[in-house]
Design a protein around this ligand. Structure first.
Ligand code: C2E
Ligand code: MG
Ligand code: MG
Ligand code: MG
Length: 280
């Protein structure tokens, strides 16, 4: 309850800070126990080639299955980053996503590529490229079937270190995708300095693409920028047929979003693949 304590507002402030700190600590402990108990699961959101409408891959999205409720990443990734827990959590995500992709490819879906989100804390660890190489070897996944999604700020935070890691990842044969493109760093110079393969147009530009001329102009400019740089371009957050049509018209390569499919459990994703396959 927000209640002023007269002149001594400071007392109220410290009490609420203490409460916040306690709640945070509780969450931190249950996060770390959750990792030990295997409470994290991956959902997979399909990505389609806009021309052929075929599923060529999926993004792995982590959720926390905590006492029968599914907690979205927006509610725990930040804390995991601040506490360093993102390192073991991110390693688990990478390994599980690679293992799953390998399994589906062996079932005959040999075109599938999996994308994994990588947080800055995880990426900036010295051995991130070595970890990726090890996970690929352990799971048997072809390096070309793995795409890592990084944000502009993750790369630009420590550009020199990032360049070394990106180069090693490229030598491995892994693809690099710039997530939430257009919302982060304000300069384009990094696009020519670093090896990368894919740009993902942020959802905020897609949301009103049918109504807002400015959003449509920006999306079209991004598509042409990507193509002129020899990069693939994916739109995220496509929610309507009209949005997909505009992107198709504009020459966007691929799309992901609720209009195509929500993120699915591994079981539901496989069913989705099977049904799409049968329908041609
Ligand atoms: P992101 O990488 O940009 O992922 C896209 C987010 O948009 C996902 O939210 C997805 O469920 C949601 N989304 C997809 N299509 C639509 C749509 O048509 N409309 C709307 N409104 N939303 C859509 P989610 O799963 O809650 O993930 C949120 C963010 O959490 C991700 O954004 C990513 O930055 C982070 N994240 C998720 N999984 C991981 C992970 O394993 N590791 C790390 N480091 N971050 C992760
Ligand atoms: Mg992503
Ligand atoms: Mg994104
Ligand atoms: Mg996003």
């Amino acid at each position: 309850v927000l209640k002023s304590k007269g002149k001594n507002g400071y007392q109220f402030f410290t009490a609420s800070m203490k409460e916040l700190a306690e709640r945070r600590l509780e969450k931190e402990i249950s996060l770390s126990q959750g990792l030990e108990k295997g409470e994290f699961i991956l959902y997979y959101q399909p990505k389609i080639n806009i021309d052929t409408k075929e599923i060529y891959g999926m993004e792995a999205l982590v959720r926390w299955n905590r006492s029968n409720s599914l907690i979205p990443p927006g509610e725990f990734i930040e804390l995991a980053e601040e506490t360093g827990l993102i390192v073991p959590l991110g390693e688990w995500v990478l390994r599980e996503a690679c293992r799953q992709c390998k399994e589906w490819r062996e079932l005959g879906y040999t075109q599938l590529k999996v994308s994994v989100n990588v947080s800055a804390v995880q990426f900036q660890k010295q051995d991130f490229a070595e970890l990726t190489a090890r996970v690929l070897e352990e799971t048997g996944l072809e390096p070309s079937a793995l795409e890592l999604e990084l944000t502009e700020s993750t790369i630009m935070d420590k550009p020199k270190e990032a360049a070394v890691i990106l180069l090693r990842l490229q030598q491995l044969g892994v693809s690099i995708s710039i997530d939430d493109f257009g919302t982060g760093f304000s300069s384009f110079s990094y696009l020519k300095q670093f090896p990368m393969n894919v740009l993902k147009i942020d959802r905020s530009f897609i949301q009103n693409i049918a109504e807002e001329g400015a959003d449509q102009a920006i999306a079209k400019a991004m598509i042409s920028l990507a193509h002129n740089l020899g990069l693939m371009i994916v739109a995220e957050g496509v929610e309507t047929e009209e949005q997909l049509g505009i992107l198709e018209e504009a020459g966007c390569d691929a799309a992901q979003g609720y209009f195509i499919s929500r993120p699915l459990t591994a079981g539901a994703f496989l069913d989705y693949l099977k049904s799409r396959h049968l329908n041609g």
